[in-house]
Design a protein around this ligand. Structure first.
Ligand code: HEM
Length: 408
């Protein structure tokens, strides 16, 4: 029975892995043991126009590490760090040990590993490249719902490390963090998770810890319109600002990353009945269908009224407040759950590591967050406690290093 179970899990994993990477990264299967480690061996190509880990289908585990630069680190130091990181990210994501890897055996299971590097504002000051800093790079405007803690906010550099295996994530984080220690100190670390490969059919929208189907309506990055929302083009720095566009030309193929740590009060959410929970979002818990529809991806009917003439999807429901007719106010959501030990007197400390990628946060993310700040039924249970914005350089070709268009 154990052997049969193992083969079953392997086959599921293999299907999931090949669907996720389009069949390009997964190695062949030869017998049951080959199938069983298919997910472990699967790889996401590192080199390319864009960094991986953005439009990559979200892996089960993520760790985000934000760093502060040490005083005195300059352009040369940043180039040294980028070269080392680029080399070792390329190695780790293809299942090879890092150059100074003290645990090389852990590197043999890439498990769809991606590492995404981003820059905070201080990188530009340290490198003497202020003119290249995109106009939107800096703290978001304050929102009334924010209860931000410095210990979860901002940062000079960020690494987003994702994989289908948490040991692979931890190993990559450890190696890359060690390599940065002469240039940086760790500012914050956030761990996130989703369902594991094989536990739900491939393509299933994730559920957050409130039990909601979360991620149904997202930017489709496979369409030209979707690509333009996520990626910064070759000649624009976003925002339609000519000056910023010139200075930020190095960001072609890159994007911006907004990280919001949003605490969810599951203890008070428990007090709400099912109808109240569904009304807060405007979608059914069972399958994520809008309250006016039958299937998850049905278009919500915001005009629909019940027999009393009241809107079926509440005026302040999360999906009504989050959407707009302005198609440019959209971003790629790639959120992860978190669940950490509660402080004394509480039963839980959970929430979302809410990650959004967009070409221009000032014109895409901020207006949506502003609307949710004004009114959103979910605000009763959700509180942003951390916030950071990073500029994410484009990908690199073999022989180049990450950020070369900026520092080189
Ligand atoms: C939709 C949950 C925070 C923007 C949704 C949906 C859920 C959800 C369940 C419906 C399914 C879907 O289409 O994905 C949450 C929770 C949050 C949170 C639990 C905090 C803990 C945010 C924030 C933003 C945001 C901070 C942006 C500032 C959106 C957008 C949609 C959405 C744009 C799609 C709306 C549509 O077009 O139908 N969210 N959300 N959410 N959320 Fe959130």
């Amino acid at each position: 029975a154990a052997a049969l179970g193992g083969v079953g899990a392997g086959a599921l994993g293999a299907r999931a892995a090949s669907a996720r990477d389009g069949g390009t990264g997964a190695a062949g299967t030869s017998g049951a043991s080959g199938e069983q480690d298919e997910v472990g061996r699967s790889q996401v190509p590192f080199h390319g126009e864009h960094q991986a880990g953005i439009t990559t289908a979200p892996q089960a585990f993520a760790t985000l590490v934000a760093f502060d630069l040490l005083p005195g680190v300059d352009r040369d130091g940043l180039i040294r760090l980028m070269r080392v990181w680029t080399d070792d990210i390329a190695r780790l994501t293809s299942g090879l040990a890092g150059l100074a890897d003290t645990e090389p055996e852990l590197a043999t299971v890439p498990a769809h590993l991606t590492v995404t590097v981003g820059y905070g504002p201080a990188v530009f000051t340290a490198a003497g490249l202020e003119a290249a800093r995109p106009s939107w790079l800096g703290p978001l405007p304050p929102f009334g719902i924010d209860r931000l803690q410095a210990s979860w906010s901002e940062g000079d550099l960020v690494l987003q490390v994702c994989a289908e295996d948490q040991v692979s994530v931890a190993h990559a984080v450890r190696l890359l963090t060690k390599e940065a220690r002469t240039f940086t100190t760790v500012r914050w670390v956030q761990h996130g998770f989703r369902r594991s490969v094989g536990s739900t059919p491939t393509g299933t929208t994730m559920r957050n810890l409130m039990g909601q189907v979360d991620g149904t309506r997202n930017v489709d990055h496979t369409t030209p319109a979707g690509r333009a929302l996520v990626w910064i083009g070759p000649t624009t720095g976003g925002a339609g600002e000519a000056e910023a566009a010139d200075g930020a030309r190095w960001l072609a193929g890159g994007t911006s990353m907004v990280v919001r740590r949003i605490a969810i009060d599951l203890d008070t959410w428990d007090e709400l009945d099912r109808a109240g929970r569904e009304a807060a979002v405007g979608r059914r818990l069972y399958d994520g269908a809008p309250l006016t529809g039958v299937r998850e991806h049905d278009e919500p009917d915001l005009e629909a009224e019940d027999e009393l003439g009241l809107p079926v999807i509440d005026t302040f429901a999360h999906i009504r407040r989050a959407r707009t007719d302005d198609a440019t106010q959209a971003f790629l959501r790639r959120a992860y759950n978190y669940d950490v030990p509660p402080p004394p007197g509480r039963l839980s400390d959970s929430g979302l590591v809410f990650i959004a990628f967009q070409a221009d946060p000032a014109h895409q993310f901020v207006p949506v967050q502003q609307r949710l700040d004004e009114l959103d039924l979910l605000n009763r249970w959700t509180t942003p406690i951390g916030s950071a914005v990073f500029a994410v350089p484009g990908g690199c070709r073999r022989g180049e290093y990450l950020g070369q268009a900026l520092f080189g």
